[in-house]
Design a protein around this ligand. Structure first.
Ligand SMILES: Cc1ncc(COP(=O)(O)O)c(C=O)c1O
Length: 436
């Protein structure tokens, strides 16, 4: 370990550096730094809860995907699955680093356009797109619509006024080894059409004068740690037919806990491209859509402890909770957290790190090792860069946290914290005048 990544006995810092952002270090007196800025300074300046991103590590991870796929399969495209971090500042970085963007819905479309993403790099997903959203996407001139079902084709028949590129989402029948709510490629998936119904939908698109059918799409799920499942999905999709484009989705998992191991980007790309070389036509365009594996490790959430209660068990409560870490409730995702301002003190206590929402399930870490906590300590939860901000909500009147990106010792605000006025803005009596 280097001096600024210490690993003293009595702590698990050695394991922690593996799941914290690439540009995470410690000051000499044991304060966590991200991108060269101490988290104490970030918390002071921007408040907590706070989503902090290591911008350099994030950009490096994007380039691993873009350069790695390009080197293995030159006619290729990496799409950022923007649902994992739909922030205007993130869309900008995606575009700057050469990613195209997957959007799912009118909201993500508006955010991407506001960020200045070229519509020719936007791909529109969703199993329940509305007429209004399709119209928005068509008016914006987006590149491709990934058609999910026959009703969507009915809508497009009504709405299309000029040629439009389309892919068809098919269900490959691969049961991903992940939480049930994150598996999307098994026989009973609500997303896409089964392979045996794909041919009819493809014929319909091919027969339509304005529909430019380009190929097929699949996505088997999220937080998948076995790269052979992606290879299997590529093989399955090849059985649909010979087309110009194959988009094989996202889903690569990351390490969330001290003991978890995830495939590297290279491992993943090796598996996908070996299968593509074996099963897809040589001249086809290959696309992938990573989300979690791009932004997950780069992000950390900072909390301030508000209560330390010793009742037989030790409960350390913080100023956020499942309102900003929904994955815990939705998928049972496990995380690690540390006292970020006291890293070097021996981690002698094992605590229940809990949030402030009114659910016993609001348990951020079940058994976190840390020094004996005090009110006002700073807690950092690792690997929260994907889907945390996206799914944050107003449970118990919680305010959506702010996002800051940090690089080379400079922090910049990417999304501000919600205010109580934001919370009230959509409600009567704030709307009283509008309602009468
Ligand atoms: C169609 C599609 N593509 C890509 C992704 C990204 O998945 P991940 O964040 O696991 O890479 C998702 C996420 O659910 C998705 O629905």
């Amino acid at each position: 370990m280097t001096a600024n990544r210490p690993d003293p006995s009595g702590t698990r810092l050695g394991d922690l550096w593996r799941i914290l952002p690439e540009e995470a270090t410690a000051t000499a007196d044991g304060v966590l730094e991200i991108g060269g800025v101490a988290v104490t300074e970030l918390a002071e300046r921007f408040g907590t809860p706070l989503h902090v991103y290591d911008e350099q590590g994030l950009r490096r991870q994007i380039r691993r995907f873009v350069d790695g796929l390009q080197a293995r399969w030159p006619d290729s495209e990496v799409l950022f699955a923007s649902k994992s971090l739909p922030a205007v500042g993130m869309y900008r970085i995606a575009q700057e680093e050469g990613l195209s963007v997957d959007i799912a819905g009118g909201g993500e479309l508006r955010l991407a356009l506001a960020a200045g993403v070229d519509p020719a790099r936007l791909h529109f997903h969703g199993n329940a797109k509305t007429d209004a959203e399709l119209r928005m996407a068509l008016d914006a001139g987006i590149d491709t619509i990934i058609v999910d079902n026959d009703d969507e084709l009915d809508r497009l028949e009504r709405l299309l006024e000029r040629p439009q590129k389309l892919l068809l989402r098919v269900i490959p029948g691969v049961e991903a080894k992940t939480h049930a709510s994150q598996a999307t490629g098994g026989a009973n998936s609500k997303f896409g059409l089964p392979i045996d119904q794909a041919e009819r939908a493809i014929r319909r698109m091919q027969a339509h004068p304005l529909m430019r059918f380009e190929g097929v799409h699949l996505h088997i799920g999220s937080q998948i740690l076995d790269e052979t499942q992606f290879a299997e999905a590529v093989e399955k999709i090849s059985t649909v037919g010979t087309f110009g484009t194959y988009d094989v989705g996202g889903g690569l998992g990351i390490a969330y806990t001290y003991d978890e191991v995830a495939p590297s980007v290279d491992d993943y790309l090796d598996a996908v491209v070996a299968s593509a070389k074996a099963h897809l036509p040589a001249g086809a365009r290959l696309m992938i859509e990573p989300g979690r594996s791009i932004v997950g490790r780069s992000g950390v959430t900072l909390y301030r402890t508000t209560t330390v209660k010793r009742t037989g068990r030790t409960f350390v409560a913080v100023d956020g909770g499942l309102a900003d870490q929904m994955d815990i409730a939705l998928t049972g995702q496990r995380y690690e957290a540390v006292l970020a301002d006291r890293l070097l003190e021996p981690w002698t206590e094992t605590v229940q790190l809990v949030g402030r929402q009114c659910e016993s399930g609001d348990l951020l870490v079940d058994g976190a090792a840390m020094p004996p906590a005090r009110v006002g300590d700073l807690v950092a939860m690792a690997a929260t860069g994907a889907y945390a901000y996206t799914m944050s909500n107003n449970y118990n009147g919680a305010l959506k946290p702010a996002i800051v990106f940090v690089a080379d010792g400079v922090a910049r605000l990417v999304a501000r914290r919600e205010t109580y006025d934001d919370l009230l803005a959509t409600h009567a009596p704030a709307l009283e005048n509008a309602l009468v």
